[in-house]
Design a protein around this ligand. Sequence first.
Ligand code: ADP
Ligand code: MG
Length: 259
Amino acid sequence: MTLRWEPDLDALIVKDLHKNFGGLEALDGVSFSVEERSIVGLIGPNGSGKTTLFNVVTGFHPTDKGEVYFYGERLTGLKPFEIPRKGLGRTFQITRVFPRMTVLENMLVSPREQVGEDFLSVFVKREAVNKQESNLTNEALGLLRFLEIEKLKDEYAASLSGGQLKLLELGRILMAHPKMILLDEPVAGVNPTLARKIFDRILKLRERGVTFLIVEHNMDVVMSFCDKIHVMNKGQIVAEGSPEEIQNNDQVVEIYLGG
Ligand code: ADP
Ligand code: MG
């Protein structure tokens, strides 16, 4: 009999990742796994390697050593545009949307890949947007409704608040039907009400089967929404556990207090 669903299935496995920037070990042997349908927080002081880890996992930076597996498939060596097609999406610390396009147009731009930001690419994609079939438009509108920003659909992205931009970026990622999403500081600079709303949507998406790995400095949301937390310091994972375990971990407290 084949087992159709394994409760302990790992969505992501990272093995001994190394990344050196001119002598600096930004990643110094990082290993961990993320269980399917979990919300895992990745915390650590500035410069500890969190964004670099995302960049290496998603193919934006080649790894010097180590491997990444997604649902058992090796991702190491794949190009950044190939990763979303495998079902692994990501957002960026600095939100990436097209400011001169409307919210709806942003949702329809190259939904299944990460696009370049050069002018020509935007121009060509806008032509493509005009030809989008209505079912894609309907899907986009449905997601905007889910994210509660549907009423902004005809607004230029440039006019959105920081929190609304984060929701739009999440919406764009969802157009690709990801099985897992890496979020880099999804509520940084977002007011507390909207921050809760964003995490509430994340919980809803998890109910639908999406797995999350989230870099976030807001300890309130990390501690209340994450199932598990990994702590990075100087390119290494130095602690992992439940929010309660992490809060009571002397080493973690020291890392934060010691700067
Ligand atoms: P975090 O996201 O945890 O704040 P980063 O991953 O951005 O940390 O950075 C980890 C270290 O790697 C820092 O010392 C940073 O200066 C360095 N670094 C990150 N990206 C690059 C890069 N593209 N080139 C050179 N150094 C980098
Ligand atoms: Mg960062």
